[in-house]
Design a protein around this ligand. Sequence first.
Ligand SMILES: [Zn+2]
Ligand SMILES: [Zn+2]
Length: 817
Amino acid sequence: MNLHRPIAEGEVTAVEIRVRGRVQGVGFRPTVWRLAREHGLSGEVLNDADGVLVRVGGSAQAIADFVARMHREPPPLGRIDQVEIRDFAGELATEFRIAESVGGTTHTQVTPDAGVCPECAREVLDPFERRFRYPFTNCTHCGPRFSIVTGVPYDREQTTMATFAMCPDCEREYRDPADRRFHAEAIACHACGPKARLVRFDRAAVSFDQHSMLDDVDAVCGLLQKGEIVAIKGLGGFQLACDATRADTVSRLRALKHRDAKPFALMARDLDVIRRYARVDGEAERVLTSPEAPIVIHPADGPELLPEAIAPGLRTLGFMLPTTPLHLLVLRRMTRPVVMTSGNLCDEPQVIDEETARERLSGIAPYALIHDRAIANRIDDSVVRIMADRPRLIRRARGYAPAPIKLPPGFETAPELLAMGGELKATFCLVKDGEAILSQHQGDLEDVATYDDYRKNLTLYATLFDHTPVALIADRHPEYLSTKLARERAQAEGLALIELQHHHAHVAACLAENAYPLDAAPVLGIVLDGLGLGDDGTIWGGEFLLADYRGYERLGTFKPVAMPGGAAAVKEPWRNLYAHLMAEMGPAHFAMNFAELELFAYLEAKPRATLDAMIKNGVNAPLASSCGRLFDAVAAALGLCRERQAYEGEAGAKLEGIVDDDALHNEDEALAYPLSIPNLRGSGLPYIEPLAMWNAILGDLILNTPAPVMAARFHKGLAKAIAAMARKLARRDRADGARFDRIALSGGCFQNLVLFEEVTRRLEAEDFTVLSHSQVPANDGGLALGQAAIGAAHVLNAKNKPREGNASCASESQAAL
Ligand SMILES: [Zn+2]
Ligand SMILES: [Zn+2]
């Protein structure tokens, strides 16, 4: 049936409608059922291996209206990717029905957990509803999914709700297609579901002097208001909560949790509370209130201030709204924001069970709000930042994982592959049926508990997605635990192993999430991050790569500078500052011109002789062309973070945090710090040379130029140099045409809003098309997606051109372009 031709009056017909997308396990069938009935259509709807199949009969006009509404009004968690309509000649049920699923291979997708929906939120706050104040209320449009799943297919028996038998009322709702809880697998109520309980970790009885408490959940609010720290068993793990406006409590939480400076996440009961402390624009509001319900990073410029200890040295605050009815009820009477940070010590993974919570958290929080629905899978809160008017995932976990990301055109026939990710902020990625399934954020694999969880999740995803890879893909860095594991598995299982250059994978991640086709022309990938192993055995981290999925050519870089102390230089910014100054101007020039600086005295007091020897002899002082280390050095020069970074990226975050807006946007461009682009001796590779910048920075220090102005000049100068490098590399004046007209930005440094927006603006002003990250993090959290895409390109290439290469070879060819 062609819905675009005019429909004759009274025409009656029957069609079969194939719907693809996120249409299973999200209440799509009952939505179709309701719409079909409203339009007086006969027929049926069912799940099968390809998605949802609808067969309807009725007037052609009613069918056309029905299809239009299905597009317009999908269920909140549903997403239609494709609809095909063809005539149908078979028998149809007279009364529209939901039919049994067909096909042995039917796999109901495991969807991400979703934040409490408006309807459920209303019910739990309404004294006349049977779920009034029930903390585990959920429906087809919201509630736990991934965090409670233990196997497939996704039904109640394969979740941690299996131990709760439905009461007759819940059972009736579950069976009724007209009910919002039709087939809501986690359905529960006061009578039959999990219960929340406030306990003391020391097992003493909880007694309260206040009698106004409604229940245990409400009592938590009272404790928070009194300045207590409370552990809360949340959706994907335990959290630690306290009143965010009490500086003493926040500092106590920091000290007890051994968390020096990393910003705390906040939760507020509504947008009005957030707006007292932060600027919430339209896009940020949309993301905050979306079913994904992540932490959104906002500019901290509301009328009221929170204690400095919430986000030391930063001008941003990460806020989320209540993500579950439990949080909603805890915060109901709380007119102030609360800290809602992950329940763990320092960098360990979030605790998910009560015994471990008692063991690890009882020294931090005397009280815990617990419940008897087990958390099957640990999943952190996701973090989003709005940059250049679009939401960008900084950490992709709850609400987003494990939703698949469609691979670009050309990847449709890729076989099943597994990309193992990096080392820090690790994720892994499955390739299956033309889609990439990126795991939730795992954390830093060097932590033993995190590594255990990473391996557990590899097994879990293999089960949930019925996945058997034909090849493994890993970073080329031999010391990454993910690489070591890939090598072991490849050996043990006889699988092909593809090892990739770190920054190439970053570019590919950016291309893949932007649906950049497999066979499209190479782009310039600008990858700015901390460290990744380069092809020449040195450390890379500020790279300009002409790249596609199949290969890359390194066209430009940052200046390689020694990292005296190796890993110590990653932690201690002053080491990079010293190495930069010595590499640029040398000790004599520095002493002659800048001896009056406090900075000079500071560095004089350091073990300079040792560092000099390391640098001179190249012992434990690897060369790194790293943008991240340049940020560290500049932050150290400005006195923002010199001795030690409390968390990865702290120096860079603080440098961004103090940027003076007026200097950034209104000051003469000529005052931006100058960086030049000469060629490296030997390779002839163009590189970003910061010598003139260092002279200008030290000169500004002598003039007592305010640090926020200097930070602005640094960001601007760097962005200008990056744009100039791109212009130079493009060779637009060549008779045979420019080398590229598209540029992909990736790497953790691009999570710096000022740098990202300045670079993007300048590149777009030069008519480059800029591709950037949004669905996956620009940092190593997105790396596995890029590995997966490159791996798939290799395997497809090998399939198509068997004589040109073998996908099982251990390394990729650099000059494959
Ligand atoms: Zn709901
Ligand atoms: Zn019930």
